[in-house]
Design a protein around this ligand. Sequence first.
Ligand code: X2X
Length: 344
Amino acid sequence: MAFNRRSFLVAGAGSVAAAAASSMVGAPWIRRAQAAEFSYKVGTDLPASHPLNVRIQEASNAILKETDGRMEIRVFPNNQLGGDPDMFAQLRAGALEFFTLSGANALSSLVPKAAISGVGFAFKNYDQVFGALDGELGAHLRGLITKGGLVVQDKVWDNGFRQITSSGKPIKSPADLQGMKIRVPPGRLWISLFRALSAAPTSISFNEVYSALQTRVVEGQENALAVVDTAKLYEVQKYCSMTSHMWDGFWFLGNRAAWEKLPASVRDVVSRNLNASALQQRKDVAQLNSSLQKALEGKGLAFNQPDMDLFRDMLRKSGFYAEQKQFFGEDEWGLLEKVTGKLA
Ligand code: X2X
C-alpha cells in the first residue's frame, strides 16, 4: 500500500488509513492530525491566568510535541471540574487523571501527614521551603502519597506564602482575629491553626470563596497575593494583612491506573516536562508575590504589616506546636525542624 500525504488526505480520517499512516515513520504531520493515543485531563482550582495553569499548559504543549502527538494533557483550570474535594474524589476514582492539590488541603484526608508543609510560621523563606520539599521531607511525603495509592511528580508547585484579607478591619494583632469568621480551605491543619489564633474558621472550597466573601458569609480569607489577584478577591475585600502565616504549594498528583497505562518512555517525557515547568512556575509566583502589592493597592486593597512575633507567641502559648508535633510524629517533625530550626 503506497501512501503519500495526498492519498491520506483523500482517505480522510478513515480508521484503516489512519492506522496505516500512524505507523509510518518520518511523517509526523500525519500523526499530529489525529486524536492523541492518550488524552488525559488535569484539573486545578486556580484561574487560567495563574502561573500554575500557564506553566502546566506550557509543559503540556512540550509533551504533545515530544511524544509526536501521542500524549495530550488538557488543562481544566478554575474548578471547572468541581471543588477540590470533588476533583480529589474524581482523581481517586480514575475519572480525572491528574490533579494539582495542596498537601494541607483535601489530600490530607487521605494522607494526613502531607499537611506538615503547611504548619504555621514553619518556613521563613523559599530557600527553606524548597530545601525541605526538594529534599528529605519532600521525598518522605511523596513516599506517603504513593503509599496512599496515588502517583506524585517530584517537584512541588508554588502557591505561595498566605496573607489574610478581610472586609471589616485590618488584622494588626492576634486580638483582631478573635472570633473572626474566616474562610479556610478544606483541611484539618487550617482549622487547628486559626482556632489556635482564636478566630472562627470555616472550611469552604475555593470555587465558593468569592461569593462567600461577597455575601459576607465570611469576613475574610487567606491566600497568596497571586491568588488574591488572579481570582479578583480584591473586588470583595478591603484589607490585606501581610501575615505570611504559612507556605502552601501543590503536588502534581496522578491516578495510578491511568499513569501505568502510559508507556515508560511517555511517562519520562511527562515527568521531565512537568518538573521543569514547576521550577519555572516557582520563579513566576515568587516574582508575582513580591511585586503584586503595588498593583493590588491600585485596585483598592489597603495593606498593613503586622508584628508577626505576636502571632507566633500566641501559637506557642496555646500549645499549637506541641499538638502538631504529636499529630505528625517525631520522624516527620524532625525532618521539618532539620530545615526550619526548632519550632516549639
Ligand atoms: O483553596 C485555596 O485557598 C487555594 C486555592 O489556595 C488552595 O488550593 C489551597
